[in-house]
Design a protein around this ligand. Structure first.
Ligand code: ATP
Length: 776
């Protein structure tokens, strides 16, 4: 009976609860950390509800106030530290009644729920019932009118935490890229055995209703065939699959065969397609020594990848903002992401769409189900098909539309350059184009012309490029040299080899090279061909895009580096690591790595470093270490971009911190250097490489049959493909609105406006770093 409860004083500060529910997913801890810290930053109190909805129903010690220090180090932890459960009692109204009572008694009237569609449905049911639940609690004497009065409205905000990426309205769910990373790492390892023994492997991955993990892992590893629930194969798929695999092995010489199957894969008649089915077909029909690997729960665990840390942090921050913005009449939002843009979407609309996909699959309306998945998903599926089955007669273009497409890498190597080249080559072969690799950049092209005995311009074969699917660096060789260094020879090479299009993969130099060629078109008609730049650089400083291939690989490498050195400072050591990042004049990598590792600060060229800032940060560190307790104690990270200051070098900053700490803590400089360029490209860099490379090839095809002058007159004939906000677009280099004139800071080699600059503020908010005053 409520009358036995002490009357509840409305809290002076707003209280926001956060819970994780459904299957655990890497990144959930990052979301909880961000919600807790952002809530405190905004003057609210944060409460963690342990064990999902069960904690809400049981209350007591399962609902605990969280303080700033409580979430220290959570970004790098896998699973969910506040626990998750599938709560049967919350599914029933009496359970929700108890939950409502517990919330009122704890003064919580806003809830951030991180989970899958089930958890978000539960949240919405709870919100819609809330007034009725409160009324019932008063009517039955559990609570008084005075107790419920301050809590008339329940605010709910959803965060999608799920490894399956099965929620409509968002490109990615928290956890899906970490899980994809786990899968892709496992398949990369299987490659070696598969190739050594010329074996076939059938790999089963999670995804009962959603084939995202299966499709993306197939793209990332160049699998021969993939089965996903929402796009069942045609009848007779067994023959088609065997024919493709036979062709790949016998005609093209592929030594390994990988088939990926989602656990919910089925045929057009909804009969399950199991990994054992596929194995039997390959063994019996092709006599292929085939093994099945079911990856199981390894796909769920482990620390979150860089993207999930970044995503969960920004979405957690946005969730708190949404709680504070939501009015009694506005629908509950779920925080989503489109390409690069964090957005809010009505929660129930997203849930409804998601459920509709499942019901369309059940009623065999597969095409409609695919339509309700994000457009990006269908695009990826097409892209995979286009590259997995080269020289398919249906895809072949008539001779007059076939082109000779040159591919060149310019600038420093970056993860994703090889997968992009592989995708371009495979697409070209599918369509009947001739893919031509130029080795070692523009100097390589000119050297070849001088009749050196080095074959630096040549047609690429399918098998060779197929092996580049997971290889880092640049297999065709990259070079910083620009065409302007030898424009005459460059132009005569273009003529000699009859290039119809040029695909440049690289960073700011690639952008500069394309710009030089475009501007030289008047003098050299050989350049009147379509020219596209696919940005690939760890610095992510190419105008026209918010994302460059290689930047995700670099971030993951930095995250691993920082996690490792941080752990090296055991609980008895108080140590600050000043980690120097690459990035040239762009602080992108330092800032996003700062978000992903929970750095104390990121020092970037855009802001510079000054003495006042250093002293303030040292005071802050002193204060910070004095609040660290036992298990929470670990190394702290400051990221310093290599060009942040000429005077305050990484070693200087580390030495100064050590000196001024006066023995209270230590400081070390750490320089990962070229390690940041990464080993194998990350799955995100691989899948985006495929999608963007194919879009570039398709863009080239729109120029087939046009005269050189017509091509030159079209501004889009020289452009950059990139992510801008929520879209992937091609931006022209030239013209009054082109990138060269409007968006490029040529001196500093970066875009004039850097989309990520405001993230500095988030790094500071979440570390609690003061940006003025004396740091106390
Ligand atoms: P995953 O994607 O990992 O399955 P999920 O959030 O979809 O995650 P569910 O098991 O469907 O996982 O839901 C988690 C919890 O959410 C349930 O145990 C239950 O407590 C609550 N829940 C789900 N659906 C409802 C509902 N319709 N009404 C009330 N509560 C619900």
């Amino acid at each position: 009976m409520a009358t036995s409860q002490a009357p509840v004083e409305p809290p002076k500060r707003r209280r926001i609860g956060v819970l994780t529910s459904g299957g655990d997913a890497p990144g959930m801890n990052g979301a909880v950390r961000a919600v807790v810290r952002m809530a405190i930053h905004c003057g609210c109190e944060a409460y963690a509800v342990h064990e999902g909805y069960e904690g809400l129903v049981q209350g007591g010690s399962l609902i605990r106030q969280m303080h700033w220090e409580d979430v220290r180090g959570w970004l790098s932890r896998g699973g969910t530290l506040i626990g998750s459960a599938r709560s049967a009692s919350f599914r029933e109204r009496p359970g929700r009644l108890q939950a409502a009572k517990n919330m009122v008694l704890r003064g919580i009237d806003a809830l951030v729920v991180c989970g899958g569609d089930g958890s978000l449905t539960g949240a919405d049911v709870f919100r819609s019932e809330w007034p009725g639940l409160l009324r019932e609690l008063v009517d039955t004497g559990e609570l008084t009118e005075a107790q419920i009065k301050p809590y008339q409205v329940l605010n709910i905000v959803g965060l999608v935490g799920s490894i399956d990426n099965d929620m409509s309205s968002t490109d990615a769910t928290i956890g899906c890229y970490s899980s994809l990373t786990r899968i892709v790492d496992a398949i990369d390892d299987i490659f070696d055995t598969a190739s050594s023994h010329q074996r076939g492997f059938v790999i089963e991955v999670m995804g009962r209703h959603c084939g995202w993990l299966a499709l993306m892992s197939a793209i990332s590893t160049g699998a021969d065939w993939v089965f996903i629930p929402e796009m069942p194969p045609h009848d007779g798929w067994e023959d088609e699959m065997c024919a493709t695999i036979t062709k790949n092995r016998k005609e093209r010489g592929k030594r390994r065969t990988i088939v990926i199957v989602a656990e919910g894969a089925q045929d057009l008649h909804l009969n399950k397609i199991s990994s054992d089915n596929i194995k039997d077909i390959l063994s019996k029909r092709l006599g292929l020594d085939t093994r099945v690997t079911i990856l199981g729960h390894t796909q769920r665990g482990g620390p979150a990848c860089a993207y999930d840390r970044w995503l969960s942090t920004l979405q957690g921050v946005e969730a708190v903002k949404a709680v504070l913005d939501t009015t009694p009449t506005s629908p509950s939002p779920v925080i989503t992401i489109r390409e690069n843009k964090i957005e809010r979407t009505p929660l129930m609309e997203a849930v409804k769409l998601t459920k509709k996909v499942s019901s369309l699959i059940e009623s065999k309306e597969f095409s409609k189900a695919m339509d309700l998945r994000d457009a990006e998903f269908r695009e990826y599926h097409h892209a995979y098909i286009n590259t997995a089955t080269p020289d398919h007669p249906k895809m072949m273009l008539p001779d007059k539309k076939k082109m000779r497409i040159a591919i060149i890498h310019v600038g420093a190597p970056a993860g994703g350059m090889n997968p992009a080249t592989r995708a371009a080559v495979a697409y070209c072969l599918t369509r009947g184009h001739t893919p031509i690799a130029i080795h070692n950049g523009f100097p390589g092209l000119c050297r070849h012309h001088a009749d050196q005995p080095i074959s630096s311009v040549r047609e690429v074969q399918w098998l060779e490029s197929d092996n580049w699917v997971n290889v880092g660096g640049s297999e065709i060789g990259t070079n910083r040299g620009l065409p302007a260094e030898n424009m005459e020879t460059t132009a005569s090479c273009f003529e000699k080899y009859k290039f119809d299009a040029l695909f440049i993969v690289g960073g700011f130099e690639a952008f500069t090279a394309a710009s030089q060629l475009r501007q030289a078109r008047g003098q050299y008609p050989a350049f009147k061909i379509p020219i596209m730049v696919l940005p690939a650089t760890i610095s992510n400083n190419v105008p026209g895009t918010e994302y460059s291939l290689g930047s995700d690989t670099c971030l993951n490498t930095l995250v691993t580096f920082c996690d490792t050195i941080r752990q090296s400072a055991s609980s008895t050591r108080r140590r600050v690591f000043v980690v120097e990042t690459q990035g040239g004049q762009s602080g992108y990598i330092a800032t996003t790595a700062g978000l992903a590792v929970g750095a104390v600060a990121s020092y970037i060229p855009e802001e510079g470093i000054d003495l006042k800032m250093l002293l303030r940060d040292i005071t802050f560190l002193r204060h910070n270490f004095s609040h660290d307790k036992g298990a929470n104690r670990a190394g702290k990270i400051i990221l310093r971009n290599e060009c942040a200051s000429k005077t305050y070098t990484t070693q200087f900053v580390a030495d100064m911190i050590a000196e001024e700490a006066k023995g209270r803590f230590e400081s070390r400089a750490a320089v990962p250097g070229h390690f940041q360029q990464g080993g194998n490209p990350s799955p995100m860099d691989r899948v985006r490489a495929l999608r963007m490379a194919i879009k570039c090839m398709q863009h080239f095809e729109t120029f087939a049959g046009k005269s050189p002058d017509e091509i030159a007159a079209d501004e889009l004939s020289a452009g950059v493909i990139g992510v801008k906000g929520s879209e992937v677009i091609i931006s022209p280099l030239g013209g009054s609105n082109g990138l060269e004139a409007t968006e490029t800071d040529w001196k500093r080699r970066r875009p004039k406006t850097e989309f990520w600059i405001n993230l500095q503020e988030v790094v500071n908010i979440l570390s609690g770093r003061p940006t003025n005053g004396d740091g106390e």
